[in-house]
Design a protein around this ligand. Structure first.
Ligand code: AMP
Length: 351
């Protein structure tokens, strides 16, 4: 192990903060690039460069000063990253990021790998939504292809009137329409792969969303072992195909014992926060280890656990036991729908 190496992280939110903390445990430095001076990761990193993601010169300077570059969110212009790749290795690769940052490309890629997704359609104009609604005669979900997260950029369309109310011809961003699936459960696999192709998966957690935002992840889930194993196999297929290095989050819908991938995130994932207190290693440690070519650790779960997101608030009246570990991200401004922190409620395994 050679410490004193520096990891560059694009983005300075809570994921970067927890990555920087894991990096520091191993003696690595972290430099953060973020447009917001008060970003959460600035609290725990060595240096924060405050500038826009569109400033290619500043990004290039940033890249020159780090040994490896990673990112905590997928909406970075790939054109910028292609320039940075000439300077420093980017992990996970730009290829993975490109696929994941566009919902149409992402779902097409998964289907090409023989992985099921919900039925989806490319939507470039409002008329296409009108025609599709007439054709399928069922509610459809319109999602922007890019920049959507936490349910943002999504509109549920049940009637032609919903279309009129929500979309004006010249304002429709390139989108997809998705069938609305009445799933039984949602789950996610947090998976890590290193350069040699060693793969480890955490036990899949069961997720509950509220208004499109993750509220809880529960371990163990109420889903049978066989299906959990199937989900892990699907996630493995993806990381192997991409020759992926780092942690990936793969979100699934489960309906009538069939698994549909909803989304893949080429980064550490909110539904993996439980790993910090419920597993022998955390997703953050594993990501840092993978991108720094260190051996991966055990992903075995040692405790039962519920991760509860603090959305639009920094306190909770649920914290009334000694095994509730609270994480506050340190964001200056509290806004409705904004993730401000989370709590891991830990229980002895099987108790
Ligand atoms: P997404 O931004 O695609 O991850 O969506 C956020 C959440 O919205 C999901 O985790 C689901 O709870 C819900 N959702 C998204 N797409 C669908 C769909 N096609 N059918 C039913 N619920 C959905």
């Amino acid at each position: 192990m050679s410490p004193n190496r520096t990891i560059g992280i694009l983005g300075g939110g809570q994921l970067a903060k927890m990555l920087a903390t894991a990096a520091a445990e191993l003696g690595f430095n972290t430099n953060i690039y973020c447009p917001d001076r008060d970003c959460p990761a600035a609290q725990v990193s060595n240096e924060t460069v405050v500038d826009s993601y569109n400033n290619y010169d500043e990004l290039a300077d940033f890249a020159k000063n780090v040994d490896v570059l990673t990112y905590e969110f997928e909406n970075i212009e790939t054109k910028a990253l292609e320039e940075l790749e000439k300077i420093v290795e980017i992990r996970p690769s730009i290829k993975a990021l490109k696929i994941c940052q566009d919902r149409y490309t992402e779902k097409s890629y998964l289907n090409a790998l023989d992985i099921k997704t919900t039925q989806f359609y490319k939507i470039d104009e409002v008329q296409a939504i009108e025609e599709l609604l007439i054709k399928v005669k069922k509610p459809i979900l319109i999602k922007t292809r890019k920049l959507g997260y936490d349910g943002k950029g999504q509109v549920l369309v049940k009637t032609q009137n919903d279309i009129k109310e929500n979309f004006r011809e010249n304002q429709l961003l390139p989108s997809i329409a998705e069938e609305v699936i009445r799933f039984d459960k949602e789950l996610s696999v947090i998976i890590v792969r290193n350069k040699e192709g060693t793969i480890k998966t955490f036990e899949p957690g069961e997720n509950m969303h509220q208004h499109g935002i993750l509220l809880t992840t529960t371990l163990p889930s109420s889903i049978g072992k066989e299906l959990l194993n199937d989900a892990s196999i699907i996630a493995k297929k993806i990381v192997d195909d991409l020759d992926y290095v780092g942690v990936m989050g793969v979100e699934f819908f489960l309906k009538e014992r069939q698994l549909f991938v909803n989304e893949i995130a080429p980064r550490v994932h909110n539904s993996g926060h439980w790993t910090v207190d419920g597993s022998y290693s955390s997703q953050f440690q594993q990501h840092i280890r993978a991108i720094m070519d260190l051996p991966l650790l055990s992903t075995e779960r040692h405790s039962d656990i519920i991760m509860y997101n603090l959305i639009g608030k920094v306190t909770s009246n649920l914290v009334n036991n000694e095994l509730a570990k609270v994480y506050i991200y340190g964001k200056k401004e509290t806004r409705p729908g904004r993730k401000m922190g989370h709590i891991n409620f830990i229980k002895k395994k099987g108790s």
